[in-house]
Design a binder for this molecule. Structure first.
Ligand SMILES: NC(=O)C1=CN([C@@H]2O[C@H](COP(=O)(O)OP(=O)(O)OC[C@H]3O[C@@H](n4cnc5c(N)ncnc54)[C@H](OP(=O)(O)O)[C@@H]3O)[C@@H](O)[C@H]2O)C=CC1
Ligand SMILES: O=C(O)C1=N[C@H](C(=O)O)C[C@H](O)C1
Length: 243
């Protein structure tokens, strides 16, 4: 049986993953949290790690996994360019899967958005709206960015160069070709995402609503069981889900 260790074990996702492992009859290899538990010992006892913690923990998590030659699934969001560079570096030595969303529904939505953006072109404005629970600390969500990347890929443009987010005050008219982001926070929403493609006289709205964290946990466990057999490299959910 695959020994799966959890980083961020006491958190909302850590608990959801433990519940999913229990449903699948898998006993976790153990877990660590901020200042609690021995990461080196956990990695040593695990065939693979699942990390849903904090961007601040990423460097140590990757270093420890590389030192032990142990693969890792990273679900943590709020990652900056420096974190992605660390992931690329680690992925030369071990298998690393990083994604802003482990659910099947969101990853299929991303494929639909990429296709729509490719077919419709820049006369259709793209806006991505997300809503999450009041405890979420990063914005836009990792999923919104994943969907934005899909739209940018469809259009053949660089997302960073076309992002418009956090509009406020006299913003001026919308820039042609911009990909807009808006983030709402409140209550206990597990994760809602809507992609709006709007042109003169019509618009398309496609979206996804997470009703609970079980969908993310299921995807994370599926990703871990898949990644454990792969060679070193950087992966995302498309390979896991066959999309
Ligand atoms: N990719 C996906 O599909 C999904 C991604 N996420 C992302 O997963 C992350 C966690 O979300 P959620 O579970 O709701 O958050 P929580 O705050 O509930 O849990 C985070 C956990 O990580 C722990 N933690 C923080 N820093 C460290 C550290 N340095 N080392 C080890 N553990 C640490 C926290 O401990 P403490 O409380 O003591 O700080 C806490 O137990 C977020 O980035 C979120 O956006 C969430 C859902 C799905
Ligand atoms: O923090 C959350 O809760 C979630 N985070 C991920 C994100 O940032 O997109 C995935 C999901 O939407 C829930």
């Amino acid at each position: 049986m695959t020994a799966i260790g959890i980083i961020g074990a006491a958190g909302r996702m850590g608990q959801a993953i433990a519940a999913e492992l229990s449903v699948q009859g898998i006993t976790p290899a153990g877990g660590v949290d901020k200042g609690q538990g021995d990461l080196t010992a956990l990695v040593g006892a695990s065939d693979i790690l699942i990390d849903f913690s904090s961007p601040a923990a990423l460097a140590a998590n990757l270093d420890t996994c590389v030192a032990a030659n142990t693969p890792i699934v990273i679900g943590t969001t709020g990652l900056e360019a420096e974190h992605h560079a660390l992931i690329d570096e680690a992925a030369r030595r071990i298998p690393v899967l990083q994604t802003g969303n482990t659910s099947l529904g969101v990853n299929l939505l991303a494929a639909l958005v990429e296709d729509a953006a490719r077919r419709l072109g820049e006369d259709w404005d793209i806006e991505i709206v997300e809503m999450h629970h009041r405890h979420k600390v990063d914005a836009p969500s990792g999923t919104a960015l994943l969907l934005g990347q899909a739209a940018a890929r469809g259009r053949g443009v660089d997302l960073a160069a076309h992002t418009e987010s956090g509009r406020h005050g006299i913003t001026g008219a919308r820039a042609k070709g911009a990909i807009g982001f808006a983030a709402l926070r409140g209550g206990s929403v597990a994760g809602d995402h809507q992609v709006i493609l709007a042109t003169e006289g019509e618009r398309i709205e496609i979206g996804h609503r997470a009703e609970n964290r079980g969908i993310f946990a299921r995807g994370a466990v599926k990703a871990a069981l898949w990644l454990v057999g792969q060679p070193a490299g950087r992966y995302d959910m498309k390979s896991v889900l066959g999309l």
